[in-house]
Design a protein around this ligand. Structure first.
Ligand code: 5GP
Length: 176
């Protein structure tokens, strides 16, 4: 990419505040039963770590690796499981924790896959939602922020494995 430019879209203080609100809502919604957070690698690793600490009840955690984007900015349209869960989710309440819902292809595939493993319930928590780009309908129960159709990095999100460590969520663009 020539001259990458970063513009802050959501500042870290606003992310912290919103994640605390989502955690409080989840704490309220799950008064009993086993709750397992499934973080989708790699993009959701920071979000799921912060969200787990904002939920004030016991949670189990597991991770799945999914690849659908390859190395660039556009989806390959193919979903591949690169790392499966280590634990059973049978009978548990599951929250899939995703960084961003874009076309919805990844999440609709995942919901189908996890459904077959007989959890008690499945919901989705997504830090970001880009509804303009949706190709498959997905119901997101806990959304951090709805954003326009722009490519974002930071707070776990990358471009070719860079920028994941930025505290703010930034729009990445190219200037002449
Ligand atoms: P979907 O299957 O919904 O199209 O794609 C979801 C995945 O695409 C996300 O988990 C994320 O990895 C990637 N993705 C979608 N939009 C963006 C974006 O703006 N920035 C980054 N870094 N990844 C994105």
């Amino acid at each position: 990419m020539n001259n990458p430019q970063l513009r802050v879209l959501i500042a870290d203080a606003d992310i912290d505040k919103r994640v605390a609100e989502l955690g409080a809502q989840i704490t309220k919604d799950y008064k009993e039963g086993d709750l397992i957070l499934i973080g989708i690698l790699k993009g959701a690793f920071i979000f799921v770590a912060d969200l787990a600490r904002a939920i004030h009840r016991p949670v189990r955690m597991d991770f799945m690796g999914i690849s659908s984007y390859g190395k660039g900015k556009t989806s390959s349209g193919e979903v591949k499981v690169t790392k499966d869960l280590d634990t059973s989710i049978e009978g548990a309440n599951v929250i899939i924790v995703e960084d961003i819902v874009d076309t919805g292809v990844t999440l609709s595939y995942l919901i189908g896959l996890l459904h077959n493993r007989k959890p008690r319930s499945i919901r989705i928590a997504a830090l970001l939602d880009k509804p303009d780009r949706r190709l498959r309908p997905v119901q997101v129960s806990y959304t951090g922020f709805t954003i326009p159709d722009e490519f974002v990095v930071g707070y776990g999100l990358d471009f070719s494995e860079n920028y994941r460590g930025l505290k703010d969520i930034c729009v990445l663009s190219e200037s002449e």
